[in-house]
Design a protein around this ligand. Structure first.
Ligand code: HEC
Ligand code: HEC
Ligand code: HEC
Ligand code: HEC
Ligand code: HEC
Length: 249
C-alpha cells in the first residue's frame, strides 16, 4: 500500500510504516510514528493539503492516514514571521496568557496581541536584535504582524473560547504545554471525535475556574473526585453538548 500526499512544496510518500518526504532540498526517510520529531527537527512547516493521491491500497489506509499528524497538522511546529517563543515568554518570563490573548475569557476568539503589546518590552530590551526586526518594522509602518494560524477549524464547526474558560476547561487540555514550545504547534487533532470525547465525559477534564490558565496536569485521583463536583457546580450538561446542533448550525 502506498499513499502520497502533496502539501505545498513537500511531497510525502507513505508505504505502511515507512515515510519518505521530499522537500525542496531535503529527503527525509523515517518511521511513521517518529516522523513528527524529524519534522520538528528540520523546521518543516505544514501547509494545507492541496492534493491527495491514492496510488494503491484500500479505504482502510485512507482512514488511518486521515487521523495521522500529516493530515491534522498536529505536532508540526508552524513557522512564523517572528520566531516568537511561548517557552521564553510564558515559562521564562512568567507572562499570563491573558497578557496577550486578552479576549479569551469572554469572547469566542482568544485574540492576538498587537505590536504595541510586544513593544511595551521590546522598545526597551533587545532593541537591536535581528530576530525582532519584523516587530520594529510593523511598529514603524503601522502594519500588523501577519501570524500564520496554527489552529483553524472549518467554518461549519462552531467554537467558543469564553464558554470553555467559564466552565473550567484549561488551555492545557486543548493546546498542551505551550510553555515548552519554542514555536507553536497543535497537540490535538481538532477533529470532531476529539471534541466529542470530552463533551461525552467532561468530568475527566474540568478544573476549578481559577486554574484554567495553569499548564500543569492534574493527578488522576484528584481529578476523579473534583471532576464530578465541578460538572455539578458549573452546571455542565453533557447531553446537550453532544447534540449536532451545538457545533453545527
Ligand atoms: C507575550 C505574548 C503572549 C503570551 C503571554 C502568550 N501568547 Fe500565545 N501567542 C502569542 C503570539 C504572538 C502568537 C502567534 C505566534 C504563534 O503562533 O506562536 C500566539 C499564538 C498562540 C496560539 C496559537 C494560535 C493559532 O494560530 O492557532 C495558542 C494556542 C496560544 N498562543 C496559547 C497561549 C497560551 C495557552 C498562553 C498562556 C499559557 C499564551 N498563549 C501566552 C503571544 C503570546
Ligand atoms: C514582558 C516583556 C515582554 C513582552 C510583552 C514581549 N517580550 Fe519578547 N522578550 C522579552 C525578553 C525579556 C526576551 C529575552 C528572553 C530570553 O532570552 O529568555 C524576549 C525575547 C524575544 C525574542 C527573541 C527570541 C527569544 O524568544 O528569546 C523575540 C523574537 C520576541 N521576544 C518577540 C516578542 C513578540 C513578537 C512579542 C509580542 C507578541 C513579545 N516578544 C513580547 C520580553 C518581552
Ligand atoms: C476546548 C478546547 C480549547 C480550549 C480549552 C482553549 N482553546 Fe484555544 N483554540 C481552540 C480551537 C479549536 C481553536 C481554533 C478555533 C477556530 O479555528 O475557530 C483555538 C484557537 C486559539 C487561538 C488562536 C486565535 C483564535 O481564537 O482562534 C489562541 C490564541 C488560543 N486558542 C488560545 C487559548 C488560550 C489562551 C486558552 C486558555 C484560556 C485556550 N485557547 C483554551 C481550542 C481550545
Ligand atoms: C476538554 C474538554 C472539551 C473539549 C476538548 C471541547 N469541549 Fe466544547 N465544551 C466543553 C464544556 C465543558 C462545555 C460547556 C458545557 C455546558 O455549558 O454545559 C463545552 C461547550 C461547547 C459548546 C457550547 C457553547 C455554548 O454556546 O454554549 C460548543 C459549541 C463547543 N463546546 C464546541 C467544541 C468544539 C467544536 C470542540 C472541538 C474543536 C470542543 N468543543 C472541544 C468541553 C470541551
Ligand atoms: C463538539 C462539537 C461537535 C458536535 C457535537 C458535532 N460535530 Fe460534527 N464536526 C465538528 C468539528 C470540529 C468538525 C470538523 C472536523 C475536522 O476538521 O476534521 C466536524 C465535522 C463534521 C462533518 C464533516 C465530515 C467530517 O467528519 O469531518 C460532518 C458531516 C459532521 N461533523 C456531522 C455531525 C453530526 C451529524 C453530528 C451529530 C451527530 C455532529 N457533527 C456533532 C464538531 C462537532
Amino acid at each position: 500500500m502506498i499513499v502520497a500526499i502533496q502539501r505545498g512544496r513537500t511531497t510525502i510518500i507513505s508505504t505502511g510504516n515507512t515515510v519518505i518526504e521530499l522537500h525542496d532540498h531535503l529527503l527525509v526517510i523515517g518511521k511513521a510514528d517518529r516522523m513528527h520529531e524529524h519534522m520538528h527537527w528540520f523546521g518543516v512547516t505544514s501547509r494545507p493539503i492541496r492534493k491527495v493521491f491514492i496510488i494503491g491500497g484500500g479505504l482502510w489506509a485512507v482512514g488511518e492516514f486521515n487521523r495521522s499528524p500529516y493530515v491534522t497538522n498536529a505536532w508540526v511546529a508552524r513557522e512564523q514571521p517572528v520566531q516568537f517563543s511561548h517557552e521564553h515568554h510564558v515559562a521564562g518570563l512568567g507572562l499570563d496568557c491573558r497578557y496577550c490573548h486578552t479576549a479569551v475569557e469572554d469572547s469566542s476568539s482568544a485574540g492576538m496581541p498587537s505590536t504595541k503589546t510586544c513593544m511595551t518590552c521590546h522598545s526597551q530590551i533587545w532593541t537591536n536584535a535581528e530576530l525582532l526586526e519584523p516587530v520594529r518594522e510593523s511598529w514603524r509602518t503601522n502594519q500588523p504582524i501577519r501570524w500564520n494560524r496554527v489552529h483553524d477549524l472549518p467554518d461549519f464547526a462552531q467554537f467558543n473560547h469564553g464558554v470553555h474558560v467559564q466552565k473550567g476547561v484549561g488551555c492545557v487540555s486543548c493546546h498542551g504545554a505551550v510553555n515548552e514550545m519554542p514555536l507553536m504547534w497543535q497537540t490535538a487533532s481538532l477533529q470532531m471525535e476529539w471534541c466529542l470525547s470530552c463533551h461525552r465525559e467532561p468530568e475527566k477534564h474540568l478544573r476549578p475556574r481559577d486554574q484554567v490558565f495553569e499548564l500543569t496536569k492534574i493527578p488522576a485521583d484528584v481529578q476523579a473526585v473534583q471532576g464530578k463536583e465541578l460538572v455539578k457546580k458549573y452546571h455542565v450538561n453533557s447531553e446537550a453538548i453532544t447534540r449536532c446542533s451545538t457545533c453545527h448550525y
